[in-house]
Each structure stands twice: as structure tokens, then as C-alpha cells.
Design a protein. Structure first.
Length: 429
């Protein structure tokens, strides 16, 4: 048998959860075929076979937690000695079954015959360390998940029979009955808390548990504060209207709002570098690169893939990179290095209809920009005139430990200035 183990996942990940098996017992697999999908704190990872063979046994079920190096399945029937040994074992079991059919019942044998056979049976057990059992008993034990060493036998020779396995299984069921009753009582108590009203209890995914844990940690460790402003989106919307067809034709990607906001964030970070930093013990680490995280809502929860070197990318490059990362997020195909090392984050609640929010920091970053829904509102142009304009509220949450209030307000005002005059983005973004 070949052991299938949980491989090394990443430097910071030591365990995962079985999301789904991609094969079943009896399937033939080749080296490189994907066997199981593991859900980790950040991404889903597919574990592939390192050998050819047939799936003999799956030791874990979907939802089970597993650690790196843990055996999760057995693979057999591949090339080489392992295959030959399995064939010999199956052949010997069939031979034993035939012998068992021909042999008279143990009760019919004389005491002399029994004592004559007892020694060899005892020697067999002591030599290979396996409990002596009939092939049919071994098969039944495997099906019921019973360890033959724990089965008591009434056979004078110590040989385990199918009846012994059945009797052991019945004893086990009797012992588990009280446990099941206790579990049922606990469930009833939980139901009583809802006054008998219908509820559905769903286990949190590993990623959802991690998101919950980290969001709470941020609020406990950072001095988080949020400031707000609003942006007149007229100039950007007119520019997109004029250029969107040509942009799509030239770059094979649509001109969205995210490229404008990413460029505006980069321009503001260059002027206010403390928003592009993190705290390490008693040091402030000012980052001289601009890797911008873009929050994406996926089925299993929010993920923040990173657009690397956003200051060096064109508008088309940013739109293409965001599109590729968003697709990977939806398909659970993101790699760990695509989620790590961002210096600042942008999140867009506007796509869900949010008018205003206070985004939570993506630790260890000290700043996150929240975009919101574009809403037409009457705006005072001067003391005498008003116009309906497409307006968006923007929010900046920041860590007050290293970012002062004046600096945060000025940062957000700079983003507003760049977005309302998008031509500046070519110079300052």
C-alpha cells in the first residue's frame, strides 16, 4: 500500500480541511491526477497523486481537519512489488476460503486434532504479528472498521470467525447508544433556546473562521478610525463614455472604475507614504513599492488578491490583472503568493449597493479605501446654481497609531482631487 499524505502547503500553513474528494475507492489514478481538494485559511489547494495505482481506502471525509504529513488515503495496485504482493495476498485469501469450505467444522474435530493444529496457528500469529482470522472474518472487519486484535473469539484455536466480528460490532453499538442519546439531548437543548422554532445549523468553513478571527484581531490590536469624503464622478464617467469602445478594441478589456481608483491611490500614497506602511514591534516600515490589494467577494468568503507593481502598470494592465484575479477567486484557483504582501487595499461595496460603510483594515496594512455606489444627487455648483451629479462617498479606514488624522483627511482629499481631474492620473498616478 502507498500512503497518500497531506503535502507541505506553505510556510505559514500547517493544516487544512477536506473540501471534497475528486476520486472514490476503486478509481484508477495516474501520477499527477488530482485526488482531493483541501481548504486552507487562504486558498483551496488540490493534492495530486505521486504514483500510479488504484484508490484502496479514503481515511478522511469532507469537513475533516488534517495536518501536513497526515495520511489521508491509501493507494494500491500500482507498478512493482506492491502490486504483486497484493495479488499474492488476494490469491492466498481465496485459497484459504476454499480450504475453509472443505474443512469440517471445528466442533467436529477431536481434541487431538485441535491440539495438533493449535501450535502452527499460534506460531503464525507470533511470527507476523497478525491475529489469525478467516478471510471472510477479515473482510467483514474491514467493512465494519473493526480492529481484529480487539475481537474476542470462542474458537479454542484462537481463530477469529465472522460470528465473533458480528458479536464485537453489536457490543460496540450498545456502548455508542448512550453517546448518541447524549448528543441528541444536547441538540434538543439547543433547539429549546429557539423556543421550538425551525433553525438550520451550518458549520463555518475554515476560511470563514479565519476571516472572523482576523477581523476581530484587527479591531483589538489597531487604533482604527475612519474618515469620509465624496467624489463627483462626472469627469470619469464622461471620459469612459468617450473612450470605452476604443479602449476595448485596443486592449481586449473593458475600461472600468477600478483602474482610476487604483491609480489615484498610488498617487496619494506617494504623497502620504505613512499610509503605505506597517508596524513591526517598535518600527514603522515604509514600503517603497505599490502592491495594491483588491477585495473580491468569493463563495467561501472575502479574499484580497494583490495587483503587483500597480504604479508601473497602465490602465489596461490594471484592468486585465484585476479581471484575472477576480476570475481565479471565483473559481478557487488563487495561489498563496497572489494573496500575500499587499501594501494597501481597496474594497468596493458599491457593487452590492452600499451607500456608505467603514471598512476594516487588512492587517498588517494601515490603510484601506472603501468605494460605494454612484448615486445621482443635487449638488450646489455655486451660490446660485445646482445640478444633478453622479456622486460617490469614499471612506478611508486607517491605523491611528502611525497615521495622524490630518494626514488621513489630506490623503482622502488627494484621491478626490485626482478622480475629479483624471488627466492628473497620467502625471501623478
Amino acid at each position: 500500500m502507498i500512503e497518500v499524505k497531506v503535502p507541505e502547503l506553505a510556510e505559514s500553513i500547517t493544516e487544512g480541511t477536506i473540501s471534497q474528494w475528486l476520486i472514490k475507492v476503486g478509481d484508477k489514478v495516474e501520477k499527477g491526477d488530482n485526488l482531493v481538494e483541501l481548504e486552507t485559511d487562504k486558498v483551496n489547494i488540490e493534492v495530486s497523486a505521486e504514483n500510479d495505482g488504484v484508490i484502496k481506502e479514503l481515511l478522511k471525509e469532507p469537513g475533516d481537519n488534517v495536518e501536513v504529513g497526515e495520511i489521508i488515503a491509501y493507494l494500491g495496485g500500482g507498478e512493482g512489488a506492491s502490486s504483486e504482493s497484493e495479488e499474492k495476498e488476494e490469491s492466498s485469501e481465496k485459497t484459504d476460503e476454499k480450504k475453509e469450505e472443505k474443512e469440517p467444522p471445528e466442533e467436529a474435530k477431536s481434541d487431538d486434532e485441535a491440539s495438533a493444529h493449535a501450535a502452527p496457528e499460534h506460531e503464525e500469529k507470533s511470527e507476523n504479528g497478525r491475529t489469525v482470522a478467516s478471510p471472510s472474518a477479515r473482510k467483514l472487519a474491514r467493512e465494519l472498521g473493526i480492529d481484529l486484535n480487539s475481537v474476542e473469539t470462542r474458537d479454542p484455536l484462537g481463530r477469529v470467525r465472522p460470528d465473533d466480528v458480528k458479536a464485537h460490532a453489536e457490543k460496540g453499538n450498545q456502548k455508542e447508544a448512550p453517546k448518541q442519546e447524549n448528543k441528541q439531548e444536547k441538540q434538543e437543548k439547543k433547539s429549546d433556546a429557539n423556543d421550538g422554532k425551525p433553525v438550520e445549523r451550518v458549520k463555518m468553513s475554515r476560511r470563514r473562521q479565519t476571516i472572523a478571527k482576523r477581523l476581530v484581531e484587527v479591531q483589538h490590536t489597531a487604533a482604527m478610525l475612519t474618515t469620509f469624503n465624496e467624489v463627483d464622478m462626472t469627469a470619469i464617467m464622461e471620459l469612459r463614455k468617450r473612450r470605452k469602445d476604443k479602449f476595448l478594441e485596443d486592449n481586449d478589456v473593458k475600461l472600468g472604475f477600478m483602474s482610476f481608483f487604483t491609480k489615484a491611490v498610488v498617487g496619494a500614497l506617494k504623497k502620504y507614504p505613512r499610509l503605505n506602511a506597517e508596524i513591526q514591534e517598535t518600527d514603522i516600515v515604509l514600503k517603497k513599492f505599490y502592491d495594491i490589494g483588491i477585495a473580491v467577494g468569493a463563495e467561501e468568503g472575502l479574499v484580497v488578491p494583490v495587483v503587483r507593481g500597480a504604479d508601473k502598470l497602465s490602465f489596461a494592465g490594471i484592468e486585465q490583472e484585476i479581471g484575472n484575479l477576480a476570475k481565479k477567486a471565483r473559481d478557487n484557483k488563487l495561489k498563496l503568493d497572489e494573496l500575500q504582501g499587499g501594501s494597501f487595499t481597496i474594497t468596493n461595496g458599491g457593487i452590492f449597493g452600499s451607500m456608505l460603510s467603514t471598512p476594516i483594515l487588512n492587517a498588517p496594512q494601515v490603510g484601506i479605501l472603501g468605494m460605494h455606489k454612484i448615486q445621482w444627487r443635487p449638488v450646489a455648483i455655486d451660490q446660485e446654481h445646482m445640478e444633478n451629479r453622479p456622486m460617490m462617498y469614499i471612506a478611508l479606514s486607517y491605523d491611528h497609531r502611525i497615521v495622524d488624522g490630518g494626514e488621513a483627511v489630506s490623503f482622502l482629499a488627494k484621491i478626490k482631487e485626482l478622480l475629479e481631474d483624471p488627466e492628473q492620473l497620467l502625471l501623478e498616478g
